[in-house]
Design a protein around this ligand. Structure first.
Ligand code: ATP
Length: 229
């Protein structure tokens, strides 16, 4: 499997306080990697650093064969990192369709394909995003990221705070994306849904990669030690 993303030994500070102490993480082409860890262990900071929204003090980030460790975030997005951020952040005053079209970059993903993946969005295409439910906004955030035709889709807290039926729909969609060969880096707390989809897990503890392995190697002992479950 060809490597798409490789993060090596990144150290990140918020002012004087250090958040990441050496995160190591890779994603191969077509691979689904689950980024795990208890609250505050550095998952969001790792994702923000990959998207160059937080700056690392040291370490290397390679993406699609390029060193992106000093690139501005819009360039990283152009290169193919499609982020679905925690908290979703759609343009509230724009309609569903406008949100999607605003993100569009040529490629396989079109409005029609996004509507096929999430029929609810098609039913609401002329509604403004601020009138959508949280779950629908999450679908829109995923749709927007897909419209950029990303090489790597990055989901931070993919289903957090969503109603069970909506979660099911999001997991179904992620399963379809995986089946279509989409490379994915995903953070989510519902292990029962996450583990069957993941090819590999990376667990962070106190800002450092503590364990990497396949979901079936994640024993109850490891889950208890690093995830508290
Ligand atoms: P959660 O699951 O709670 O979102 P996380 O694993 O994503 O947690 P981060 O949000 O990356 O963890 O936080 C890592 C560390 O960095 C924590 O100690 C947190 O308090 C700190 N941190 C995060 N954001 C900031 C910030 N803007 N300013 C200062 N410290 C921060």
């Amino acid at each position: 499997m060809r490597e798409l993303l490789k993060i090596e030994d990144i150290q990140v500070f918020y002012g004087p306080s250090q958040a990441l102490f050496g995160v190591e993480l890779s994603v191969g082409e077509g691979e689904v990697v689950a980024l795990m860890g208890r609250n505050g262990m550095g998952k969001t900071t790792t994702i923000r650093t990959l998207c160059r929204m937080s700056k690392q003090k040291s370490g290397a980030i390679q993406f699609a064969g390029q060193d992106i460790s000093k690139m501005p975030s819009h360039k990283v997005a152009q290169l193919g990192v499609g982020l679905v951020p925690e908290g979703r952040r759609c343009f509230g005053s724009l309609t569903v369709q406008e949100n999607l079209v605003a993100a569009a970059r040529g490629g396989e993903w079109t409005l029609e394909k996004v509507y096929e993946l999430f029929p609810r969005l098609s039913e609401r295409e002329h509604q403004t995003a601020n009138t959508l439910s949280g779950g629908e906004q999450q679908m829109l955030a995923i749709g927007r990221a897909l419209m950029t035709n990303p090489k790597l889709l990055v989901l931070d807290e993919a289903t957090e705070g969503l109603a069970p039926v909506i979660r099911e729909e999001i997991w179904r969609a992620i399963g379809e994306l995986k089946a279509g060969g989409q490379s994915i880096l995903i953070v989510d707390k519902t292990l029962a849904e996450l583990l069957p989809l993941a090819d590999r897990c990376v667990i962070l503890e106190r800002g450092k990669t503590a364990w990497t392995g396949k979901p079936d190697e994640l024993t109850p002992d490891i889950a208890d030690r690093y995830l508290g479950v």
